[in-house]
Structures are given as C-alpha cells and as structure tokens.
Design a protein around this ligand. Sequence first.
Ligand code: PNS
Length: 183
Amino acid sequence: MAKNVKGEDKDMGKVAIYPGSFDPITYGHIDIIERGLEIFDKVIVAIAENEEKRPLFSVEERIRMVKNCVKDTPNAIVDSFKGLLVNYVGKTNAKVILRGLRATSDFEYEFHMASMNRSLNTQLDTLFMMTSKDYFFVSSRTIKEVARLGGAVEGLVPDLVVRRLKEKFKLPVPKKRGIGWDD
Ligand code: PNS
C-alpha cells in the first residue's frame, strides 16, 4: 500500500482520528464512527481530557462508556489525549481527522478548528461527514441539559449512557435491563 496516500500506512490501512469530548457519547457520534468505518480501515476515537471544559464525566468514565458502545465494532479503537490534537495525531498513523457536521451553526467553529489544525500540521486534513437526519439535533450539551431536568433521552444515547446520566444527576434508575444496560 502506498505510503504517501492520505491516511494510509503499510500495516494499518487507512486510519482516521475521530476526536471529541464525548461527554457523553451519543448515537450521533456512533453514526459517524460507523459511517467513518465505511471509508477508513480503522477509526481511532480520541477522547480529549480537556478538564478546562469542566466535563460532566471524568475521562475514565467517558472511555468506559465509549468502549462499551463500540465493543462490537473491532475497527473502532478508543483512546484519550491531553494537549494539542495535532501532537496526538502525529503519534499515530493517521493523516485524517474525522468530524461530524450537524448544521450551519457548527460550521464556523469547525472551519476554524480544521484551519488551525492544518496550519499546525500541513499534512493533516479534516474530513466532515453530515450527521444523519435522525441525529442532527443531538448534542452532548443538550443531552446533558435534558437529562439533568428529568427529560427522556432514550433513543438518542445508548442505554448505558442513559443509566450513567441518571446516576450522575441522582435520578431514579429503572430496574429494567436491556442490551447494553450494563458495562
Ligand atoms: O466534542 P468537541 O468538544 O466539539 O471536541 C473538540 C475537540 C476536543 C476536538 C477540540 O477541542 C480539540 O481538538 N481539543 C484539543 C486541543 C487542541 O488541539 N486545540 C486546537 C484546535 S483549534
């Protein structure tokens, strides 16, 4: 396999890094991971430790949730990183950053971030995938707000995440057991 083709490497094939806070992971994220794997041989889900964003879930909790959600997707690798994304990407075989794009409101932030990352490493490209129509309104921020106020987020995040949100916000956790309810 040619070494100079974007994101390709002799051993691992085409690798993309899918970075984010994943605080928490949603079905919108999972949709991007699965569709990313239609294009790339491996997708590394890179969870930013970013304590300055005051995440609801610790990095360990986020890693555990993401690992559980992709446990049946062998080519999705879960990792975490501190500091600059480009420095982390530089330690991997990836040349492509994968990001989901929901609406025009995402565009400016994403455009700045992709441009800054490209300026920091001219070998890096960012590939945007439009979020599926079922999830274009889903964000970790709104999921946390709705869950905190006792609203239903079932169907928008995996069952395990529903449970972890309820535990975090000290809301009653139903006895129900479903697929993925436990980790
Ligand atoms: O899910 P998010 O919070 O939109 O993800 C943002 C993330 C983690 C991808 C971004 O904040 C990031 O890359 N942080 C690492 C620090 C960095 O490299 N910043 C410069 C990019 S402009």
